[in-house]
Unconditional design. Structure first.
Length: 281
């Protein structure tokens, strides 16, 4: 389960990918992004992770040869990675990138697959060129970034409970890519490769308390008591003598996510529902 901070960082990665594409100009072939993170300092602060995206520019000939377009190509790539029938340029590229990831960050964790591509958006009956960045993370959360040509900033939607009738056409293919690459980036200490559980929260003592919520991803929901936008955040200089102590707390149930420079991140879930008050004599 990704924390609220991880979701926010992933969103920032997608916005940065759109900015990079803007520098390249319009009319470029679609680009796939593999997003992963890894521990920065596992000895002193094992919850501090760094995130980055790696690009897979697609060849224009692949798009021209596939009449169904990008969604079908995503499925074809995922199938080729899952059951390779022979060496392909994309499989060779993926193998090279994953080898570099595991060499520099053995504890790398797969976060999401994304697709950046040009599209046509109908607005007020008129076609308009837009750039889209669609992504799906390992919790099944959907990210949709739409940047109309000529505008300064993109529109961003993060949906933790996507409606099957209102998902981007790339969604099934991105989910297939997540499953196909899970074995590359998720390995246990014993060398086993666990299944990627994309949609169900795991029973994890490090599970986050808060998650994004709402159709635009602008709200915060407490996963203990279900309260929405009942969160207060405080940050003070740490008693350790350096850095800051932070406390993100639900004012309904008291559950919190806490960080400090010494112990790093930790969750403090409250008991919910609260125990009944003892009878007064």
């Amino acid at each position: 389960m990704l924390s609220f901070n991880a979701v926010r960082t992933l969103t920032e990665c997608l916005i940065a990918a759109d900015a990079d594409a803007n520098q390249m100009g319009w009319g470029q072939p679609p680009t796939l992004l593999l997003v992963h993170d890894w521990l920065l300092a596992p000895v002193t602060s094992r919850r501090r992770r760094k995130m980055r995206s790696l690009e897979f520019p697609l060849h224009p000939d692949d798009m021209l040869a596939d009449p169904a377009g990008l969604p079908a190509l995503l499925h074809r790539l995922a199938a080729g990675l899952t059951n390779p029938t022979g060496p392909t340029s994309y499989q060779a590229t993926l193998d090279t990138i994953i080898s570099r990831i595991r060499a520099t960050a053995p504890d790398a964790r797969l976060v999401a697959w994304a697709a950046c591509y040009d599209d046509i958006h109908i607005r007020e009956g008129q076609p308009r060129q837009v750039r889209r960045v669609d992504a799906v993370d390992t919790d099944g959360r959907v990210y949709q970034l739409t940047h109309p040509r000529g505008e300064d900033h993109p529109l961003v939607l993060v949906d933790g409970t996507p409606d099957p009738n209102d998902i981007p056409a790339t969604y099934p293919g991105l989910v297939a890519l997540l499953a196909a690459t899970a074995r590359y980036t998720q390995a246990s200490a014993t060398g086993a490769t666990p299944r990627l559980d994309r949609f169900r929260p795991r029973a994890d003592p490090d599970e986050p308390i808060f998650s994004v919520w709402g159709p635009d991803g602008a709200s915060i929901r407490c996963r203990v008591c279900g309260a929405v936008d009942k969160v207060v955040f405080t940050e003070v200089p740490s008693m350790a003598g350096y850095g800051e102590d932070t406390d993100t707390r639900c004012i309904r149930c008291g559950s919190a996510e806490i960080t400090d420079p010494i112990f790093g991140w930790r969750a403090a879930p409250a008991t919910w529902p609260p125990p009944p008050e003892p009878d007064q004599p």
